[in-house]
Design a protein around this ligand. Structure first.
Ligand code: ADP
Ligand code: MG
Length: 312
């Protein structure tokens, strides 16, 4: 096998939902990643953070009840930064150990990564993603006074609602490239990256969650990767998913993927962003392949044995 540069985007099931779950899930995740490293590939890892960022947001809110000098809502950019650090900590540790067990001498480094978004991204006008704890009407009013957008969530109370803008630039991309040049395995752009807007020389954190599938796609393009692998809870992408007409897809062209997406085969917020990221990556330059598969099938997927591949 020739050496490939691979960006791996880890989904929720590769990380688990709680701290003990994460510790265990990441051991299996590390074995799947080490398989690709062992075959001689250059690997860059990114990951989601949905449950983790909600947990951190809620934990900080609970803490503020014991110490009211702390604001009850922590900036989401800070929550994302915290999630990158502790997921990166577990991942870099477990992957390093797995590599050492296989006699592979390689450093693993997590880069706290900011991702710039456009201040005028239309997503800011329509925040759609409710996150974190439920608030009373009074708490919600107080939060809104502090510039935090709040929405009524399906009759269950009020919740913070955040926008999901498109990633425009990976701020620490040169650092990632330098580490790759030095032969390191890099974990970057976790949780879609810490969302920031540029104000002159200042990068200002914003209350948003960037989709990790889109951020990983941008990372893969910027690094001129051969593969973008999106690891999730299904081995393949399906047409007519969850119905008697369900058909699993193997290799498809960008045009076919676009057509299936337009026909509504992929659920928004789950499979659609993965297919959209795959289309964007595979059509961005010749020789780029996007792969959606299960964590445990990553190596077989890269070697063409399973998974859904989108090719340009
Ligand atoms: P992740 O945490 O990996 O981002 P998501 O839950 O967001 O995972 O997205 C993966 C899920 O998308 C699958 O587990 C599956 O339930 C769902 N899904 C929706 N449409 C499809 C489809 N057409 N084919 C396969 N899976 C689909
Ligand atoms: Mg998802």
């Amino acid at each position: 096998m020739s050496k490939k540069r691979i960006v791996i985007a880890l989904g929720g099931n590769a990380l688990g939902n709680t701290l003990p779950e994460q510790y265990l899930a990441i051991q299996e995740t590390s074995r799947a990643i080490a398989d690709l490293v062992e075959e001689g590939n250059e690997v860059i890892i990114s990951h989601g953070n949905g449950p983790q960022v909600g947990m951190i947001n809620n934990a900080m809110a609970a803490y503020s009840k014991t110490d009211p000098s702390h604001p009850s809502l922590t900036p989401l950019s800070v929550c994302v930064a915290m999630s990158q650090a502790y997921i990166g900590y577990d991942l870099q540790n477990a992957l390093k150990e797995e590599l050492l067990n296989r006699g592979i001498q390689k450093s693993v480094a997590t880069v706290i990564t900011q991702v710039r978004v456009e201040e005028n991204d239309p997503a800011f006008l329509h925040p759609t993603k409710p996150i974190g704890h439920f608030m009373t009407k009074e708490e919600a009013a107080k939060a809104e006074k502090n510039g935090i957008q709040v929405t009524e969530d399906a009759g269950r109370g009020y919740r913070r609602v955040v926008a999901s803008p498109q990633p425009a630039e990976i701020v620490e991309i040169e650092t990632v490239k330098d580490l790759l040049k030095a032969g390191e395995i890099v974990i970057a752009s976790g949780g879609g990256g810490i969302p920031v807007i540029r104000k002159g020389n200042h990068l200002k954190g914003v209350g948003a969650v960037i989709d990790k599938d889109f951020a990983s796609c941008l990372l893969a393009k910027e690094l001129d990767a051969d593969f973008l692998i999106i690891l999730t809870a299904v081995e393949k992408v399906a047409l007519h998913f969850g119905t008697p007409k369900e058909t699993w897809l193997g290799q498809i062209s960008v045009q076919e993927a676009q057509q299936y997406a337009a026909e509504g085969h992929f659920a928004p917020g789950s499979m659609l962003p993965k297919v959209q990221a795959g289309i964007s990556f595979a059509s961005s330059a010749p020789g780029r392949t996007a792969l959606v598969t299960l964590l445990q099938k990553a190596r077989d997927g890269v070697n063409g044995k399973t998974g859904t591949r989108i090719v340009g």
